[in-house]
Design a protein around this ligand. Structure first.
Ligand code: ADP
Ligand code: ZN
Length: 431
């Protein structure tokens, strides 16, 4: 382990550390305009926190709170202490900005380095960051972590597959960070260039920043000839480095010396039973510039019960199934886009990209799934295509309990965005 002392801490010691840090972070928060008001009203002080469980005394913080107090309402330090800001990509509305002091940048880099070490990257590895830079944390966040670990770091940025390939091969890159949807796209690019992925030196890919299924991970591993590890984070909690798979690939360890994770029922706000799915709520324990208390991530997951074979004691969360606000309600059924991905990726005829469209027919909401088909299966015989269409629709029905319209489209005909994949389009006002 990279930080043996921290990553292998026994539960009691972790509890003790979390309690100390919880008290410290509450004290820090009292310096921000937002929290001094919020905690002041409730008359909460650091002395009210004597165990990690006391966290329940705190109110939640929401994305709306961040928006309402944009840009500076959450800052706990004098302005001249800040050296960096990032902003969420705004997938779900107005962006939110997060500010970092030098200590915050340093401790974040250490967390990312820890994740990278955990999947087998070492000083001396050559690491290519194939995700966008700029305000998106997947750029500089991963970059500083890789440098901290001692990797020769190639800041390739997103897109431009030809150049990516040249960098990968010229510098004998051994590890990459790549968004899953781009990884799948890139596998097609390698094929079209006639490049055998096994001829490259890469062996490890960090994949994250967007929801993806186990099926998608297996495809990435097979098609790129690498081991792929799930990386979870969000701008509000620094960016990447919040939770990460270890080499067991059996859930993501949440770094509990830096965060207190909780999983709640989004409706009641109460903790769900151990192992049940709910909304992930996170408290930052080490941030001094802009700590967040009980931040509602809106991401759905569950704690994986029991210890991990790797020996790390920090609790694991399961693959994120989606954001609470990703849920589609069609004909009375609750549907998450990842259920659709899971069904599609289990079919060998299906290529890597798809698009979910919601439209109105009369008063009813309807679902249409555009599915890219691998070239070998995209034949001229209508009967074959119709049978395939039916097969996909029925596989989807088994998963989501609604039969969607299925439209088969040619490989790589769905427009590909450079950043996170757009999986759902709402046409209800447009058709
Ligand atoms: P935005 O919220 O604008 O997309 P972020 O880059 O902060 O900006 O995105 C964070 C979100 O991305 C998370 O809340 C989560 O929904 C998603 N995400 C990040 N990593 C993963 C992952 N490994 N698996 C699933 N979803 C992820
Ligand atoms: Zn582990």
């Amino acid at each position: 382990m990279y930080y043996e002392a921290a990553e292998g801490l026994a539960r009691e010691s972790l509890d003790k550390l979390q309690t100390e840090r919880l008290r410290r972070v509450v004290a820090t928060c009292l310096r921000s305009p937002f929290y001094s008001h919020r905690l002041g009203e409730l008359k909460l002080t650091p002395d009210d926190f004597n165990s990690p469980d006391d966290i329940r005394k705190l109110p939640f913080t929401t994305k709306q709170d961040l928006r309402d107090n944009y840009p500076y309402g959450f800052l706990c330090q004098p302005m001249d202490q800040y050296v960096r800001l990032h902003a969420s990509s705004g997938t779900t509305g107005t962006p939110t900005a997060i500010f970092y002091t030098q200590n915050d940048v340093d401790s974040w880099a250490a967390l990312v380095a820890r994740c990278m070490y955990g999947v087998g990257l070492r000083k001396g590895d050559v690491f290519q960051n194939m995700s966008g830079y700029g305000l998106f944390t997947g750029g500089l966040g991963i970059h500083y972590g890789a440098e901290r670990l001692g990797c020769l770091t190639v800041p390739a940025g997103a897109g431009n597959s030809k150049r990516q390939l040249k960098l990968l091969s010229d510098f004998h890159v051994t590890g990459v960070h790549i968004i899953p949807s781009y990884a799948l796209y890139f596998s097609g690019f390698l094929k079209s260039e006639g490049v055998d992925p096994h001829s490259l030196d890469w062996r490890i890919a960090l994949i994250g920043a967007e929801p993806h299924t186990e099926e998608a991970r297996r495809r990435i591993e097979e098609l790129l000839g690498v081991k792929a590890y799930n990386s979870y984070g969000m701008t509000e909690l620094n960016g990447p480095g919040v939770a990460f798979e270890c080499q067991q690939q059996a859930g993501m360890h949440v770094w509990e010396d830096a965060y207190i994770p909780e999983i709640i029922d989004p409706k009641t706000g109460e903790h769900v039973a151990e192992g049940e799915v709910g909304e992930l709520v996170m408290t930052t324990l080490c941030r001094e510039g802009m700590p967040l208390l009980r931040y509602r991530t809106r991401d759905l997951t569950r704690f994986i019960p029991g210890p991990c074979a790797c020996g790390r004691t920090h609790r694991r969360i399961d693959r994120i199934t989606g954001r609470a606000d990703d849920m589609l309600i069609i004909k009375g059924c609750n549907i998450y886009p990842m259920q659709i991905e899971q069904a599609l990726m289990s079919l060998p005829e299906v290529a890597h990209n798809y698009l979910i469209e919601i439209f109105k027919e009369g008063v009813m909401d309807q679902l249409r799934v555009k599915v890219e088909i691998k070239d070998d299966y995209f034949v001229e015989d209508m009967r074959v295509l119709t049978a395939l269409q039916k097969k996909i629709a029925s596989r989807l029905r088994d998963e989501i309990l609604v039969t969607p319209r299925v439209e088969l489209v040619q490989h790589e005909s769905i427009p590909k965005s450079e950043g996170k994949a757009v999986r759902v389009v709402d046409l209800r006002d447009k058709e």
